[in-house]
Design a protein around this ligand. Structure first.
Ligand code: ZN
Ligand code: ZN
Length: 341
């Protein structure tokens, strides 16, 4: 037991600026692990707590956001057998599952009907300590710097998992739309996976970095029609759409090759207007992908280490969470903001 307090950032209510508060260090329940946080990323998904987009409901205020947590196990509940104090761990978007719903009984834990999201249905990692259910905790190798590992727990995991669960084969044309927090990792994974990799962005500002990260081609979507350019290159097997903007997604549907997929991992607030003719002609689709489980996170970390996939990070103190969040929204971070307590 502890009666200590900690520094934490909270969303005090819907659509209000983040605040730094002192609150009690949370006690782990029987099946939970307490993590002493070393770093936690700032993600577009943190708009859930900020703006009250509760995926699956159950969002109450005040709420501590944050779902790219890296730290050390600090205490475990009495039923936890696989973790012990001192181990290096991380927690991502997926904040636990019920083991008993239909999806869980099929082993599809990520689709659990009662899944919690870190920083939405339960407090996340923008704090000195957080607690998570034992099954949501991933092992993080000691070789990782905490600040560099944190973005891999959501941005990395999501882009890696979306690509490896697609039908794209080595040598296929894979485009990554948006060179930001998710996109700069998506480019690295696409390159490392052996795809002919296209980076799509507006303007030329990010061209050099995108090519250095492994893109074989760079398309300036302001200067040329990205769909026509993708067709010129042979048609895309996958366009990984990381920019949360409907017009951006709409602009690439015509760039798909046969059986191509636009896989959206950035979520626009507005609906996406798709011309079905382009999909009928290619047997194409526009689909979505979110995150993954703790095991997926461990596999993302292992692949990232093996193939040297590293995020570009700017670090902020917990107290500057509001600034970090606003700069993330403005695409003014190169390329991922990480808070350190
Ligand atoms: Zn995220
Ligand atoms: Zn379930």
């Amino acid at each position: 037991m502890t009666d200590e307090t900690m520094r934490a950032v909270v969303a005090p209510e819907e659509s209000a600026a983040f605040e730094v508060v002192e609150k009690p260090v949370p006690e782990p329940e029987r099946d939970e692990v307490r993590v002493a946080v070393e770093a936690c990323g700032v993600c577009g998904g943190d708009d859930a707590a900020r703006e009250g987009h509760a995926y699956g409901g159950g969002l109450t205020y005040p709420r501590v956001p944050g779902h790219e947590v890296v730290g050390r196990v600090d205490a475990v509940g009495e039923d936890v057998e696989e973790w012990e104090a001192g181990e290096r761990v991380g927690v991502g978007w997926h904040g636990g599952h019920c083991f008993t719903c239909e999806a869980c009984r099929r082993g599809d834990f990520h689709s659990c009907a009662h899944a919690d999201v870190m920083g939405v249905q339960r407090d996340g990692g923008w704090a000195e300590y957080t607690v998570a259910p034992h099954e949501a905790v991933a092992s993080v190798p000691e070789s990782f710097d905490a600040v560099e590992a944190a973005p891999l727990l959501c941005a990395g995991l999501t882009t890696f998992n979306a690509l490896r669960n697609s039908d794209a084969q080595p040598g296929d044309l894979v485009a990554v739309q948006g060179v930001g927090g998710l996109g700069h990792l998506g480019i690295q994974y696409a390159h490392a996976a052996g795809y002919e990799t296209v980076a799509l962005s507006r303007g030329t500002e990010k061209k050099e970095r995108a090519l250095a990260l492994g893109a074989d081609h760079y398309v300036d979507a302001e200067a040329e029609d990205p769909a026509a350019k993708l067709q010129e290159l042979g048609g895309a097997s996958v366009v990984l759409a990381t920019a949360p903007a409907a017009p951006a997604i709409e602009s690439v549907v015509g760039g798909l090759g046969t059986d191509g997929r636009v896989v959206a991992v950035g979520v626009p607030e507005e609906p996406v207007d798709v011309h079905v003719g382009a999909l009928v002609g290619t047997r194409g689709a526009v689909e979505g992908w979110a995150s993954g489980t703790a095991l997926d996170a461990e596999e993302t970390l292992a692949f990232s280490e093996r193939r040297d996939v590293t995020p570009d990070v700017e670090t902020f103190d917990l107290a500057d969470a509001e600034e970090a969040y606003q700069r993330m929204l403005d695409s003014d971070v190169r390329f991922r903001a990480v808070l350190t307590p």
